[in-house]
Design a protein around this ligand. Structure first.
Ligand code: SF4
Length: 306
């Protein structure tokens, strides 16, 4: 399965998994569920993973590693950022470790690519990255996948070319997921505050540490954007500004992705109290919405740390 989605903060998507289940408010307008359900007739790639029922698209709960998609990145020569599983979750509770091992094996075999992994299940991710047997299992999987039998050794763990992130659409999920992410060994830690459903405090000094040499784990990259979908919540300009300013204060990289379904009308100042009904927005639907925040593009990327 390959989801044909345009995402400005990545160069390509790689979907070695199919299937998922909803986890939190950010899943409310899951495009993967809709795209999979649209391709769910017998013989199509989405068959068995989602259905188109009277209440709309719905995951079936089946989730699987697709072996025919697994090794695709090994044929990609150009150094690029690759978003892993745009249409699923690598740390889904139903996925066996053996499947995660094989995805990590491919990422280890492609050090020239940067893999952006995003999950709504950071507890599973933490347990996996701390599993003392994961490394040897991944190396075994490398031996099964690599055409060169010498490529079965990982020299650096966590993998320097793998960025690990969590979705933080509201404060409740930020409070729940970010502390788990910060305990997880990773070269780069990032959050996707997309869809951004309310103002977020990313705790400058704790989660966002000031200065590049601040000790201890911290968030390196903040991606944010508005919600898209039939009942999408308009994203208040002040929510976006707050993230921009927290990143500026701490030095974290900030990427403002898009406004979502509703774009604030030009010249309208945000109400300091985030109250959607008081704002004026124009509805643009699923079309790529403008990426300017107060007239400026914010498209920063982090640097990997060893
Ligand atoms: S975790 Fe991602 S793919 Fe899975 S249901 Fe939620 S939004 Fe969709």
């Amino acid at each position: 399965m390959h989801l044909d989605v345009a995402i400005a903060w990545t160069d390509a998507t790689w979907d070695p998994l199919a299937g998922c289940t909803r986890k939190s408010a950010a899943c409310r307008h899951c495009y993967a569920e809709a795209m999979t359900a649209a391709a769910s007739q017998a013989g199509m790639w989405g068959h068995g993973f989602a259905e188109l029922g009277p209440a709309g698209p719905a995951w079936t709960g089946k989730i699987e590693l697709l072996e025919d998609r697994l090794a695709l990145p090994l044929g990609w020569d150009r150094p690029s950022r690759i978003f892993v599983n745009a249409g699923s979750d690598l740390f889904h509770e139903s996925l066996p470790n053996a499947a995660i091992d094989r995805v990590f094996a491919v990422m280890a075999l492609a050090p020239h690519l940067t893999f952006q992994v995003l999950t709504k299940r950071p507890k599973t991710m933490l347990a996996y990255l701390l599993d003392s047997e994961a490394l040897s299992r991944i190396e075994r999987a490398m031996g099964e996948i690599a055409t060169d039998p010498n490529l079965t050794k990982i020299d650096s763990w966590p993998l320097p070319n793998v960025w690990l992130g969590v979705t933080a659409e509201n404060q409740k999920e930020a409070d729940r997921r970010i502390p788990l992410l910060l305990q997880t060994p990773a070269a780069v830690r990032w959050i996707a505050a997309e869809p951004l459903l309310e103002q977020l405090d990313l705790k400058v000094g704790t989660w966002l540490k000031e200065g590049p040499n601040a000790p201890g784990p911290k968030l390196d990259w903040i991606v944010a954007g508005g919600e898209i979908g039939a009942e999408a919540l308009p994203c208040q300009p002040n929510w976006a500004r707050s993230l921009r300013d927290q990143c500026a204060e701490s030095g974290a990289a900030f990427f403002w992705h898009q406004w979502g379904e509703h774009v604030p009308c030009a010249g309208v100042e945000a109400d300091p109290a985030p109250e959607p009904v008081k704002m004026t927005f124009s509805r643009v639907g699923a079309a790529p919405s403008p990426r300017l925040l107060d007239g400026a593009l914010h498209q920063a990327f982090p640097f990997a740390r060893s």
